[in-house]
Design a protein around this ligand. Structure first.
Ligand SMILES: [Zn+2]
Length: 345
């Protein structure tokens, strides 16, 4: 039991077509005023970013914007600018950087994702190179999330598929959490766990629509990612959303010369960890295939050797008990696991 159990949640979540143009009104409606610092991701200055800047300016905010290049330099600039709130328009790194800057300044953060590629959209967690931990740390959740379906629909399918890998990973993450509860008496919250699991189940159910990049499918993924973020807010940690499959992905990020996308790696990790948990790994694999996400080392563009090494090293990534146990897998067991699940040949 967590006592007191302190839950902080986003206040406003806007999902729909063209909602990006409402950011100024949304910011006003939640009582924000003064200077807005807007971080723009590497997709650069396009129609979406113009809409954000125009809407904020039209609503009377003093807007300072900047492109994300160097993490440290940008953070310094945000701190020097002393904004009354921070906005990120972009992908995972841009959102995490804005979230972290706002957290450090003690000001609100608005998340404007341009792709549905990861569950950081609505979560309190950040993962950044400058933090020098291979896994994410806890900051605060965004006060508002503005997910424009038109903008996210236009992002490459690969990013949407990656988001689905990150969502299907909840099936093994929740199993790992339950295991840590049973074996190590770690706090386990059934509500947060169920919410994360439900997101994965909805993605499974709608896999065909998502694979065909249909609007209904894209909406399911956005809502599922937001729900996963909320699950982490409720749990007070990333536990419901990140288990052994994430540790495998974090290990790949450190080991592989050219890692794949976070969600892509987590999806492949989920296939293998599901096998270890004795749950239906074939269904996870099939779902990823239908969605168009990678299910093999080859599709990830990572050599077999790195997959095995990441499996062997995964348990050392962080002090978090999972199906990998305290001592992890041996090389032979890891190789066998990757072969049995057809991740390597
Ligand atoms: Zn993730």
């Amino acid at each position: 039991m967590l006592d007191p159990h302190d839950i902080e949640l986003p206040r406003k979540i806007l999902i729909g077509k063209g909602v990006i143009k409402n950011i100024g009104e949304v910011a006003k409606s939640i009582g924000l005023s003064g200077r807005a610092y807007v971080l723009l991701g590497k997709t650069g200055r396009n129609l979406a970013t113009k809409d954000v800047l125009n809407s904020l300016t039209a609503c009377g905010f003093d807007v300072v914007d900047n492109d994300v290049k160097d993490e440290e330099e940008l953070l310094r600039h945000v701190f020097d600018t002393k904004p009354s709130f921070v906005v990120s328009v972009g992908g995972g790194m841009t959102i995490d950087l804005g979230k972290y800057a706002a957290f450090k300044l003690g000001v609100p953060f608005i998340s404007v994702p341009t792709a549905a590629s990861h569950d950081g959209i609505a979560s309190p967690m950040v993962s950044l190179k400058i933090l020098k931990t291979p896994y994410s740390i806890k900051a605060r959740p965004p006060i508002a999330i503005i997910a424009d379906v038109n903008v996210i629909m236009n992002a490459p399918h690969k990013l949407l598929a990656s988001g689905c890998g990150d969502i299907l990973a909840k099936l093994t993450a929740v199993r790992d959490w339950r295991l840590a509860h049973i074996l190590k008496n770690e706090y386990y919250g059934e509500y947060a766990a169920s919410l994360a699991e439900m997101s994965a189940k909805l993605v499974m159910k709608n896999a065909r629509l998502i694979g065909a990049h249909k609007e209904e499918g894209v909406r399911v993924v956005i809502e599922a990612l937001v729900s996963c973020g909320v699950a982490m807010c409720i749990a007070g940690s990333s536990r419901p959303c990140s288990g052994s499959e994430h540790m495998f992905s974090h290990a790949l990020d450190m080991i592989a010369p050219k890692p794949a996308l976070h969600g892509e790696q987590c999806g492949v990790g989920a296939i293998m960890m599901a096998y270890l948990h004795g749950i239906d790994w074939k269904r996870i694999k099939k779902t990823l295939e239908v969605i168009g996400a990678p299910t093999t080392a080859k599709e990830l563009g990572i050599e077999d050797e790195y997959i095995i090494r990441a499996l062997v090293e995964a348990h050392k990534i962080r002090p978090r008990y999972t199906i990998l146990g305290d001592t992890g897998l041996t090389w032979e067991a890891a190789e066998r696991l990757a072969k049995v699940t057809e991740v390597i040949e």
